[in-house]
Design a protein around this ligand. Structure first.
Ligand code: FES
Ligand code: FES
Length: 208
């Protein structure tokens, strides 16, 4: 190769190398592409204000006595009767409207007082086991019948059972066995005294 060709070839190679360097340096100087910013976090929903139970005025009759009290709106009838008025005959079993132990009467209707708000009994007539007997009598005929037929063992279900039976017989004085079973279906007896309970209620029904 002639010296001239050698220099020409070397010059071309040097130019190519310079061009590559220039290109690299240009790439290095070029502004880098920005990665897109992550989307902003979703806005928190406004916090709900805390539930405030307001007090309500109650005027009702309990076991023949007129009562006026102010109670929290969320107070159950069982809490009101047991804790505020001291009626210990109101029993709490499940506390979830399942067993019937807490049954009391509101205007002669059986209600599960553990899940029944006291405010719903406003202006009403409430009876617990302490008040089911007729005025002037020690016991209601159904209470006597329970004793005569040995219709209780531990007695825990008995106040609610007797309240439910009183309502049943008041509405259907000639209740047959099927009516009694149906009428007391919402009251459970963990001792299993059902046959004697049925016999007791049957004895006060005019169908017997
Ligand atoms: S305590 Fe109310 S239904 Fe069981
Ligand atoms: S007598 Fe014990 S639960 Fe009925």
């Amino acid at each position: 190769m002639s010296r001239r060709k050698f220099l020409a070839k070397g010059g071309i190679a040097a130019m190519a190398a310079m061009a590559a360097m220039a290109s690299e340096s240009k790439a290095a100087r070029a502004p880098k592409k920005k990665t897109p910013a992550p989307p902003p976090p979703p806005e928190k929903p406004p916090e709900e204000p805390p539930v405030t139970l307001t007090a309500v005025e109650l005027n009702l009759t309990v076991n023949g006595k007129k009562i006026s009290r102010t109670v929290p709106a969320g107070r159950t009838l069982a809490e009101f009767l047991k804790e505020d008025l001291g009626y210990a005959g109101v029993k709490i079993g499940c506390g979830h409207a399942e067993c019937g132990a807490c049954t009391v009467l509101v205007n002669l209707q059986p209600v599960y007082s553990c899940r029944y708000l006291a405010v719903l009994a406003d202006q009403g007539v409430v009876e617990t086991i302490e008040g089911v007997a007729p005025a002037g009598a020690d016991l209601h005929p159904i209470q006597k019948a329970f004793m005569e037929h040995d219709a209780l063992q531990c007695g825990f279900c008995t106040p609610g059972m007797i309240c439910a039976a009183k309502s049943l017989i008041a509405k259907n004085p000639k209740a047959e066995d099927e009516d009694i079973r149906e009428g007391l279906a919402g009251n459970l007896c963990r001792c299993g005294a059902y046959q004697n309970i049925l016999a007791a209620v049957r004895s006060v029904s005019r169908a017997s």
